[in-house]
Ligand binder design. Sequence first.
Ligand code: COA
Length: 176
Amino acid sequence: MKTVTNKPILIKPSDRYRHAFLAMAAEYQQAGESYRHHELGQSSFAAFLELVDNDDQGIGLPAGYAPMTHFWLVKDEAILGESRLRHCLTPALEIEGGHIGYSIRPSQRHKGYGTLILALTLEQARGRGLRRIRVTCDTDNLASARVIEKNSGHLSGRTISNRSGQQIYQYWIDLL
Ligand SMILES: CC(C)(COP(=O)(O)OP(=O)(O)OC[C@H]1O[C@@H](n2cnc3c(N)ncnc32)[C@H](O)[C@@H]1OP(=O)(O)O)[C@@H](O)C(=O)NCCC(=O)NCCS
């Protein structure tokens, strides 16, 4: 049975939301935003769930990668967005990537869900005993910078991304 709720909640990916996942992945694709884990789930949802499980347990990760938990923000029958919580920082993640990544599906942006998914993922981090959270974003990603600032992020620096060559902001969020 699906969890039907009018209030968005954070859940771990599960087979119960397979159709909702496929609808969301198709929407990202139509918007020209492609994610490797969406493509995996579209070709084999079982393989996607296995990846999610392995990431959580730190199985099969490339050297230097941190274990991470995947979450979905769900409301009623739909998945509104996704987040990932890395269980620890590596030197590379402290520079770029941080503890938490998040995304809201294109049709659900500008409704406060980006701010909410980060807040709920921070609660998960607190539950794991983390007290200081690193979050980074491109300096031209105004929406993401605002999401971080609305979750009490304080800017600690900026640098050039090794991956994209773009300038990025680096924030800390202290969990009380
Ligand atoms: C970043 C992202 C998660 C924001 O999600 P969202 O649901 O639109 O965010 P919210 O509705 O909570 O908006 C948060 C703030 O950003 C502002 N904002 C939203 N879109 C904006 C834009 N394009 N430019 C400037 N500000 C913007 C909102 O006005 C709001 O600020 P306010 O409350 O002061 O008005 C979403 O745009 C997204 O998924 N982008 C693609 C993936 C991504 O960039 N992830 C982050 C990687 S670091």
